[in-house]
Design a protein around this ligand. Structure first.
Ligand code: M6R
Length: 599
């Protein structure tokens, strides 16, 4: 986690760094800091809290330097305060570093450094790096950084300055870092939005690479010393695409963007009633699929299991990436591992992927962020093309992930020599339009949100394909409104959760038509007879459920296996409006960050 930006060029660096940090705030916002090199002096300002606090400091405007680095923090070691904010320095204040990642052996290194007289001022693991660089520094920052990093175990995206050198030295292992190539100026950042306003020409650093950046040149090396030639990528996203475009929050914009996002996921992938994707995989050699992911992406993975087993008949398992990586899983070369990730940078998902690769599995990524680390690690993949997702709560990534899984499952079926029914293809192409219809429930959902905004607990229940949707509805609510919410398979409530039901408990049923409709009606009766308040998601025209439910939200009908994409829309809106009515910062919920690049 944490966001890094650096600049070297001819312009005043402070406004560029502050602006860039604001675009990276989704990576963490516990504290922020900036350090610039001015008249051979490192000048630093740090603040606890969001970037806005740092930007408010009057001294920022007095900085005239054209070289600097900055950081927004998501705390892992040491509480979020000014002392622990980056940049961190060596003993003499000659070296400044900003760091994203975790130094696992920092305790051992700290002891060693303290023995040699270093005074460590913060509680962070990151400060150790500045002291190690100091230990090795002999008029060459690059060499000192290499030697310091040789001793480090763990993950880093790092940018370093020395007061006597007109350059920035950066390096990465496990935490993302890109270089932006401008005209007589260079940038470094954790992610593209930070620099997109200034340049669209980007180089992705790989693990164990280091770059020395000057205003009109750069040199990239492996940490072992060999020079590396890297391609410059032209970024297609516009600055406009990453702005809020009149919506109060990115999350709301991204919810309403879903018809377009899903059109983009589908684009070019249906031709002449067939699915066309270029996935480099011989499916006849695959005996089992394992899907790993975290959070919302894990919910789409669960739907993926149901889809793949139904459509392709291939045995499919789902694992939390964080569990998979440590439980000594049995994996071999007959397995396909699918990793699902919006950011393509989630540390646990990446580690699970590496574990499966080590054991010989084929790997396929379903990822949104183009060029992200996971996309570069997998054998093959499917991009979501959903556009940048900035709101911490994932919305359009979820629906486009489920759509990508449907596309992959149908494509696999074709590769197994079977034909896909024309009706199914037609229904698939209708999904974006059906999402638009579901979004029309917004006003009704605002009223419901107002009614339930003070509830202390919520239950979300669904069955089959919509059990993961219940989990996703509950996750959306808890992460942005801080209301306690649980998702369950509806039939499970009688094994425990039903004890919670009383007249104060709103229970959201995902009850669109399926072969389990009658069973879900029975589950509703169980809740009703204990005075629970039923909010039911139903297909237009459903009369039976209307008789039982206290409130209904109507969504268009589709195939049961496609229904999660439509059914999650009202649940995203409900969570959004409850959080907004509670005056919470929807895009930046407490304790969370968009991209979880530490374990
Ligand atoms: O970028 P990823 O899809 O790998 O991220 C996984 C989770 O961290 C993410 O889905 C998280 O759960 C979101 N806050 C959910 O809204």
């Amino acid at each position: 986690m944490c966001g890094i930006i650096g600049y070297i060029g001819q312009r005043k660096t402070a406004p560029i760094l502050i602006n860039g940090l604001a675009k990276l705030e989704y990576r963490g916002y516990d504290s922020a800091g900036i350090c610039v090199l001015e008249d051979q002096e490192l000048k630093t300002i740090k603040k606890k809290g969001m970037i806005a606090e740092l930007a408010k400091d009057k001294n920022i405007n007095n900085l005239s330097a054209v070289l600097g680095i900055a950081h927004t923090r998501w705390a892992t070691h040491g509480e979020p305060n000014e002392r622990n904010a980056h940049p961190h320095f060596d003993c003499d204040g000659n070296i400044a570093i900003v760091h994203n990642g975790i130094i696992e052996n920092h305790q051992a290194l700290k002891k060693l450094l303290e023995k040699h007289g270093h005074k460590i001022k913060s509680d962070t693991d990151s400060e150790i790096i500045a002291h190690l660089i100091e230990k090795f520094y002999k008029d060459d920052l690059e060499e000192a950084v290499i030697q310091a990093l040789n001793l480090i175990e763990g993950a880093f995206g790092l940018a370093a300055l020395h007061k006597n050198e007109n350059r920035i030295v950066v390096a990465r292992r496990g935490s993302p870092l890109i270089i932006g190539v401008g005209d007589g100026e260079m940038f470094v950042a954790s992610d593209i939005p930070a620099i997109l306003e200034y340049t669209k020409r980007v180089i992705y650093l790989n693990d164990d690479e280091l770059a020395v950046i000057e205003k009109d040149k750069y040199q990239i090396k492996k940490l072992t010393g060999e020079n590396v030639d890297k391609e410059i990528h032209e970024i297609k996203w516009t600055v406009d695409q990453i702005a809020k475009q009149g919506y109060k929050y990115f999350m709301l914009k991204e919810i309403f963007e879903q018809p377009e996002a899903l059109l983009n996921t589908l684009r070019g992938r249906i031709k002449e009633n067939q699915i066309k994707i270029s996935v480099d995989l011989d499916i006849t050699k695959i005996k089992r699929i394992i899907i790993v992911a975290c959070g919302t992406s894990w919910h789409s993975a669960l739907i993926g299991k149901y889809l793949l087993e139904l459509i392709t008949g291939i045995k499919t398992e789902v694992d939390y990436a964080s569990e998979f990586r440590y439980r000594q899983p049995i994996v071999d070369s007959d397995d396909l591992m699918i990793v699902i990730s919006q950011s393509g940078e989630t540390a646990d998902t990446l580690a699970a992927l590496k574990e499966a690769k080590k054991k010989g599995a084929k790997t396929l990524g379903i990822v949104n962020a183009v060029g992200s680390t996971i996309t570069r690690e997998v054998d093959t993949g499917i991009y979501l093309h959903a556009g940048p997702e900035i709101g911490v709560a994932s919305t359009k990534a979820f629906t486009s992930q489920v759509l990508a899984l449907i596309i992959f499952a149908l494509n696999t079926k074709q590769n197994q020599g079977e034909k896909i029914d024309k009706e199914i293809i037609r229904e698939l192409a209708n999904i974006p339009d059906k999402i638009s219809q579901a979004l029309k429930q917004d006003k009704k959902i605002i009223k419901l949100a107002d009614k339930f905004k003070d509830a202390k607990n919520f239950l979300y229940l669904g069955r089959g394909f919509n059990f993961p949707v219940a989990l996703e509805g509950a996750l959306k609510l808890k992460e942005i409104s801080y209301i306690h919410a649980e998702g369950y398979p509806a039939a499970e409530i009688k094994h425990g959760p039903i004890a919670l039901i009383d007249k104060n408990m709103p229970v959201v049923f995902i009850a669109t038509k399926s072969n389990l409709s009658q069973k879900i009606i029975s589950n509703m009766q169980e809740v009703k007879s204990r005075n629970g308040i039923i909010i039911a998601l139903v297909n237009k025209g459903d009369k039976d459920i209307k008789k039982i439910a206290d409130h209904v939200i109507e969504v268009p009908e589709t195939l049961d296996e496609f229904s999660p994409i439509i059914n999650v829309i009202p649940l995203q809106l409900l969570a959004y409006h409850i959080a907004d009515l509670k005056n919470l910062n929807v895009d930046k919920p407490r304790n969370l960050a968009k991209s979880v690049t530490v374990e």
